[in-house]
Design a binder for this molecule. Structure first.
Ligand code: NDP
Length: 494
């Protein structure tokens, strides 16, 4: 049974949504409206104004002004504001979670416990960095000629105005990653949410003001088809942080470089691999595959899509996986007992339908699912496919959906070769009870993040980002600081 919507959520949806600039909600300058559609019902739940070119200018000007003030705030003040925002996310968890579920189709339990609760956890982690960012002191290397002395030190200075382009799969949490990285280093930020999921960040911007963030430090610009590009090309933008598809990421990187050597952090997808060694227990492997490939209907950039299982076990593991998937409760994402919901939009559902058709055309064996589910919502069956070869489309093209494609391997050398046989390298996982074997394989696997006996769990303390065509730069840990600050070297003669 679906939960009832909070009165605050109903009132929020009714609002005339627009932009958030200079510390307040503003009406968009264009008369075009984005229709936000609930992917579970296909109904329009809210309308959001699209930014005009003048709005884009206003947002960046606001961020520039916000930067002048925020970059001068004491580190402890910056940390305190982020901590307060984390508290406000928690005290408004149910409201934000319901809005997130309505706009994205994410199961309400995932919205509550993962999107919003984890966003607060990440914010607190980032807040801790505010008082710990610093440079180093250096003794210059050259000898002195006339008794003069030299000393040097480095400063980490905020880059300036950051544009954060946020995708629709985790529109609350990824917005928080981007704004937290920017704000804690003293940058200001303009968030451009996906046209499909623009709502939660508009509410979070209001909470940020309540938390004490000065006007202009955080701005939100909504729209579709050219808004992101215009923000990056703006002469007052200093950096873009993009999460999304590989082709758009390449375009974003090119736009940024051509604009003004604008700095870019690109967190892109790929075709992540999971390799199961022959010693793994079937039930544990199946639990792992569900975690790696089916959480949030596989709409996670780090999710696994290529599954390599030793030939001796492939039948047992895929058979048990199909049994488990057939028991999942597919229901409304507002049903607290639902285990599987819709994908986030019709375009994505249609793309998955095309990939299923490709799998059939290439004579792959569809062991489970492989159909779109009829109805007004964007439901897709959880799907298990047995590929014929590493070159099949389902082994090379990102589905970004609830689709696990399997291939059998015979030797460890072949497993490593298959796992690395991709232009991408965001994440990968190895599954084994043999720690020594895992330790020997870890250096051989090409991925920005490699998990052992787990997949998809992101922790703010552990750097995350891709190698090869899966991205540039890192989020989380201390590693993000390099991407949001410029290093200034100071040398003194005395
Ligand atoms: P995209 O990856 O295409 O990104 C769309 C966003 O990028 C929009 O906000 C858009 O803004 C902006 N954008 C597009 N072109 C440019 C540009 N040249 N410069 C700056 N910004 C730009 O996402 P889609 O929603 O279209 O999803 C497409 C596919 O991507 C999905 O089917 C899925 O497979 C994958 N995906 C991967 C994700 C990941 O985390 N790896 C996340 C989400 C989707 P504007 O509308 O203003 O142009």
């Amino acid at each position: 049974m679906s939960i009832s919507l909070l009165p605050a959520v109903q009132a929020f949806l009714q609002r005339d949504h627009g932009l958030f600039i200079d510390g307040r909600a503003q009406v968009a300058g264009s008369d075009r409206k984005l229709e936000v559609i609930d992917p579970a019902s296909g109904e329009v739940i809210a309308r959001v104004g699209e930014a005009s070119p003048a709005d884009i200018d206003a947002a960046v000007a606001s961020a520039r002004k916000g930067f002048a003030q925020w970059s001068q705030a004491a580190p402890a003040v910056r940390g305190a504001v982020l901590l307060k925002l984390a508290d406000l996310l928690e005290s408004n968890n149910e409201e934000l979670a319901q809005i997130e579920t309505l706009q994205s189709g994410k199961l309400i339990q995932i919205s509550r416990h993962f999107e919003v609760a984890q966003a607060a956890h990440f914010l607190r982690y980032y807040a801790g960095w505010a008082t710990k960012i610093g440079g180093e002191t250096i003794t210059p290397s050259l000898p002195s000629f006339n008794g003069e002395k030299y000393t040097a030190f480095t400063l980490r200075e905020p880059i300036g105005v950051v544009v954060g382009i946020v995708p629709w799969n985790f529109s609350t949490m990824i917005a928080i990653w981007k704004l937290a990285s920017a704000l804690v280093t003293g940058c200001s930020v303009v968030i451009k949410p996906s046209e499909f999921t623009p709502l939660t960040i508009l509410r979070i911007a209001e909470l940020a003001v309540e938390a004490g963030l000065p006007a202009g430090a955080l701005n939100v610009v909504t729209g579709a088809g050219g808004v992101g590009k215009a923000l990056i090309e703006h002469p007052q933008t200093d950096k873009v942080s993009f999460t999304g598809s590989v082709p758009t990421g390449l375009a974003v990187g090119q736009t940024a470089m051509a604009a003004n050597l604008t700095r870019a952090t690109l967190e892109l997808g790929g075709k992540n691999a999971a390799g199961f060694l022959p010693d793994v227990d079937v039930e544990k492997a199946v639990n792992g595959i569900i975690e790696a490939g089916f959480l949030h209907s596989g709409q996670i950039c780090a999710a696994a899509e290529r599954f390599y299982v030793h030939r001796s076990q492939i039948h047992a593991i895929t058979q048990r996986l199909c049994e488990r998937l057939s028991q999942l409760k597919i229901s409304s994402p507002l049903d607290e007992s639902a285990e599987f919901g819709p994908v986030t939009n019709k375009q994505h559902q249609a793309k998955l339908g095309q990939l299923f058709a490709k799998a059939r055309a290439e004579n792959c064996t569809i062991l489970h699912g492989g159909q779109l589910i009829d109805g007004p919502g964007c439901y897709v069956e959880p799907t298990v496919i047995l590929a014929n070869s590493a070159r099949d489309s389902l082994m090379t093209e990102e589905t970004f959906g609830p689709v696990a494609t399997f291939l059998a391997y015979d030797s460890e050398e072949e497993l490593v070769e298959l796992m690395n046989d991709s232009p991408y390298g965001l994440s990968a996982s190895l599954w084994t009870n043999d720690l020594g074997k895992a330790m020997r394989l870890i250096p051989q696997i090409q991925a920005g993040t490699l998990w052992v006996n787990m997949h998809t769990l992101l922790d703010p303390a552990v750097p995350f980002g891709g190698i090869k065509a899966s991205g540039v730069g890192r989020e989380f840990g201390g590693a993000f600081i390099e991407d949001y600050t410029e290093l200034k070297s100071v040398m003194i003669r005395y």
